[in-house]
Design a protein. Sequence first.
Length: 602
Amino acid sequence: MLIRARIYAGFYVRKYFHILFNCVIMMVPWCIHVGGVLMAYFLKVAKQQNRTYLSIYESFYSPDVKGTKHRSIRKLGNLQSLIDSGIDDPIAYYKAEVARMNEERKLKNANAKINQRLIGEVSPEKYLGYFPLANILNTLDVKDHFNYMQSTRYFQFNVYDIFSSLVFARAVAPLSKHKTFHDVLPSLLNEVDFSYDQLLDAVEFLGSEYQKFTEILTVATADNFGIDTKHTFFDCTNFYFEIDKENDFQRRGPSKEMRHDPIVGLGLLLDANMIPIGMRMYPGNESEKPIIRNIINDLKSQNNINGRTIQIADKGLNCARNIIEATDKCDGYIFSKSVKQLVDKEKTWVLLENDFHDVLDSKGNIIYRYKSCIDNYTYEYKDENGIKHSKTVKEKRVCTFSPKLQRKKLMEIDKMIERAQRLRASEAKKEEYGESARYVNFVDRDGKKAHTVLNEEKIDMDRKLAGFNLLITSEYKMEDQQIYEAYHNLWRIEESFRVMKSELDARPVYLQKENSIKGHFLICYTTVLLIRLFQFKILNNEYSTSDICSFIKEFKVVQINDSRYINMTRSSDFITKLSALLKQPITNYYLTNKQIKMMHTR
């Protein structure tokens, strides 16, 4: 019986070995071995909602799953569209194309020596510093909502997967979308499974609905971390584009970088804890003054802001309509106002030495001085229909003086006077004076060249007002120093713009489609949101934005075998303290798969 069993066993082994051998021979045109790993292109035929879609996929060995995985490298479209384009049998056509691609790859690697180790195209280092942002995004739990948003589209990819990958890539190495796809995404810890064309399609889709996606993120932030809208901070900036021709969205306007390229504007709203809760984009030639009203009105209509809020913004947002509409909605405001634009009576009050209180440093030096008054002020404006609106409000005005600001302003005035004198000597045209024209009187001499005279009275007044600032507010019961401190927290929103422009390299922008541009800035906005939540909600504002961004970019690992990584990050006091605070082994030289997975699932 034993001998018979062995004979039968030998028969079946030979039989199935023969079948297996034939199968391998049949696959030769479709598969090749690279470094001992089976690689192949194949045609994927998928059906979705009564349509048949074709894509070219690549199979590859993944050490994460210790087996074969697949990724899309080329999206071909639906079967009927391909037939309409003139291809009689798209499936047969692209099967032949896949066979050709596999043959090309086979020939390309035919001359490679079996045991020769070559330098890889992708760095062995993997970015790991984004793990706190990944954990926060997981906590926000917005993936299902992104899936709902794309459910009406016939995408063959997951928008959220592309979105989250681009957010993490923007945090660790901000580059163009093309370089991000080819250089950064392969170096994230988790591999991506989408093509470059799919990435671009996802960015455009994100931009087409960026206000809804922003709302999803704001509601998730409120539900999981809480938002405080008793005070809301608002400011605008703009971003330039490396293009010559304007369009409906990219328009020439007053660039923050003093460039002449087309720009787009971006308004950002923060809550009292400096967490981003709203974003709006607008053409570069439009006024930024209505943007604060639009964002706050939208947030209130979406129930993301409840109750009374105090709007805090710089002088650029200070206008009669914003003040009237805020008070009509029972909201408040703290705005800056230029002392140069005050009437003579108010300028006289500003310059009076009476009633100032000094705030000193530890050495007895003046940090700033302040005084205030309360009075009724009338504001009026005309709406789009030419209807005049007028309202008298009770308002506190807090005048402040800063010796540091005075030194800065006097230096600026001296530079403008020097420029004006140089242009006068060269008999320059009026349009060449720029901002220095404020200190020059132009006198026309019978249609000949303009004669210029320095406006000594204007220069003298500006020198006197240097260092002074005026804050106007509906919160007349609020203490002067509280008003000052609330307003000066605006530097946080300016820092958010600096993070977006410098750390995240959001400018210059090379995208051209309006929705792609909006999608790009949604990704930048989300990255700032996650960094701010990490900084304020997890780290309790104990570390600077610069330290946090440096850690995210520099914390990298290299996998040395299936279960172990080497930590490539340099030691620092910040990382040591961060390790203790997060209770994560980020100071270890060796990291195991289990430790890394714990970081990403915390």
